[in-house]
Design a protein around this ligand. Structure first.
Ligand SMILES: Cc1cc2nc3c(=O)[nH]c(=O)nc-3n(C[C@H](O)[C@H](O)[C@H](O)COP(=O)(O)O)c2cc1C
Length: 198
């Protein structure tokens, strides 16, 4: 299996990274091909809305997103995680998602008619993590919903969405054995679902 993990936090020792890592464990045990990307440490511009991709489906911005497009196309599944920053995903996760705009094709005369190229061919799966400091879902805001809508629009079937509240400092999550166990279980569920689909 080819798995692409996107971590929306810049803290490599942070809570999002630890949860994503735990969900990847079943894939490592299974010998999958795994790549983890931190958009925040790459040179990835935000989408400029130039519509340069509208004819060819290829983004014209020449930066670190270019090699990632192939990785997205080749991936059987994506695991994406973001901390909550001001009630939503981080800007690093958002710019990664926005730059996936080039995967969409719209009808020439009716822009309400559209499809993502990623939804053609073999079904792609995704698993999502949203992590925040406060205790209530309201304080997590739109983080998981916004990621879910985006990845669904891009053509992914979301196999799990794990929300984790009340973790603040980098590595706080390592004290929450239940959340880590759930993350492992979610990774395993994603792997098993992929196997049903292969
Ligand atoms: C700029 C910024 C904004 C944040 N906004 C929120 C928020 O709106 N709600 C919340 O509960 N936590 C918020 N947090 C806390 C983080 O979501 C929390 O510390 C999380 O565990 C960080 O994940 P990481 O370790 O993967 O980086 C914010 C943190 C930062 C730095």
């Amino acid at each position: 299996m080819k798995i692409l993990a996107i971590v929306g936090s810049r803290r490599k020792n942070g809570n999002t990274a630890a949860l994503v890592e735990r969900a990847l464990e079943p894939f490592r045990e299974d010998g999958s091909d795994i790549e983890i990307i931190y958009p925040g440490e790459l040179n990835i511009e935000g989408c400029s809305g130039c519509e340069g991709c509208s004819k060819t489906g290829l983004c014209v911005v020449n930066d670190d997103m270019q090699p990632i497009y192939r990785k997205i196309l080749e991936a059987d599944a994506i695991i994406a995680g973001s901390p909550t920053y001001f009630y939503n995903m981080t800007s690093d996760m958002k710019k990664f998602i926005d730059r996936c705009y080039c995967f969409f094709s719209f009808d020439k005369n009716d822009r309400s008619v559209w499809i993502s190229r990623l939804s053609k061919g073999k079904l792609k799966l995704a698993g999502l993590f949203a992590i925040c400091e406060q205790n209530s879902s309201e304080d997590m805001g739109y983080t998981s919903d916004a990621m879910k809508s985006a990845f669904e629009a891009l053509g992914f079937r979301i196999v799990f969405t794990q929300k984790v509240l009340h973790v603040f400092k980098a590595g706080d999550i390592l004290k929450n054995e239940n959340d880590l166990r759930t993350a492992f279980g979610n990774g395993l569920k994603l792997l098993k679902t992929l196997k049903l689909n292969s």
